[in-house]
Design a protein around this ligand. Sequence first.
Ligand code: ABU
Length: 497
Amino acid sequence: DVAGLHYSDLLPHNLFGQAPTKEFLLKVVDILIDYIKDVNDRDEKVLHFKQPEEMLRLLNLDLPDEGMPLQNLVDDCNLTLQHQVKTGHPRFFNQLSCGLDIVSMAGEWLTATANTNMFTYEIAPVFILMESVVLSKMREIIGWKGGDSIFAPGGSISNMYAFLAARHKMFPGYKEQGLHSIKGQLVMYTSNQSHYSVKSCASVCGLGTDNCVEVPSDERGRMIPSELERLILERKSKGHIPFFVTATAGTTVLGAFDPINAIADICEKYNMWLHIDAAWGGGLLLSRKYRHPRLDGIERAKSVTWNPHKLMGTLLQCSTIHFRDNGLLISCNQMSAEYLFMQDKLYDVQYDTGDKVIQCGRHNDVFKLWLQWRAKGTEGFEKHMDHLMELSEYMVEKIKESPDKFYLLLEPEMVNVSFWYVPKRLRNIPHSPKRAQLLGEITPILKGKMMEVGTLMVGYQPLNEIPNFFRNIISSAAVTKGDVDFLLSELDRLGRD
Ligand code: ABU
């Protein structure tokens, strides 16, 4: 019992604090283990939705002047998880990152306990070596020998690292002299289905969003290479400098794969840097069955973003950026802070990876992935990818078996299944833009019901001219065919007129 105990009773404040520290931590771990049990219990709800005002009334989030007893903290932990959406629940289909991999989670616990910063070998010797092993394995899977990589805080920042390295390689004077060293307007290209971080990078890095050209995509959401070439020539004719293309391997909404080889041919022709944003689809590199033809040609890119916290199920966050050439990251980002990256240390300072990045403090994102990889093996990841893809194929089949109740928007290339639920009153009438608009109006209403009932969660969004539709994601190892059956029947139950 921790009643009556306070922060000051714990280590390191209390020299004899081992027993109360253990007691407190075991109480917290009990809560975590209960939560893990609930996450995996299909009789438990995915969420207990409350409006923010009601949530604020239920919780006491005040920061007191005087510290509270440890029992209050244990209660806080309990209450926090009670109100958390169970993203690891087998009926959570809402986000690209979901599931709760137990080994990866254990890794995250250890990471928190080690509580180290990832800038120097000096203070993170084992984790720095692990990064090197894991990242070179990932580059080998991409199809490269050598190269360099780094863990970054999310796919958006990983994409930005690619942009920075590309600009540095092609315009090395930028680092010291800034924008004025480049005589002409730089232009970057990406498809109109790509992640918004690409456009954001144009804004943050001084190009302006007008110089991030959106290339049209085909009916399945894949960049049209002839359009890319047309738009490159259009800007060249204005004297601009097209230099960077981001192709997407697994778009956020449709899960589409841009045709990498055709895009690589164009990049080579015009001497442009090809970056692949495979934050979402990169996991399929681990599947011999599904990586082809989707990721064919990825080895021709100069940089690749790949987020293990998505398809691979590693705990958030775990994002990586890989470069075909070695030496670029350090040359681009090195600031040689003398207080951290001294050159006369006891060991080979090449292991001080912190000078390769634009941040200083860097979270340890490798251990949970390394531990998970040890547990599953590369073959285990391959089985996981094949399983997710097969389940998605099963869902598509089931949707096609009920064309009156569900409208499949397109044959997916990945685990994103895009569809409308069709209520009774809209069945048996031919599909038309008007009917699509009505289905689009129903979608958020149905999502609202889903959240109020709490039995499942599926995301929705509009896409260009397409009104709101459901985007179902199967990227959690917890999902079974039974859960897919439940999802469709529950949607039908909630969607009854
Ligand atoms: N970075 C894209 C994540 C979007 C999603 O989970 O839906």
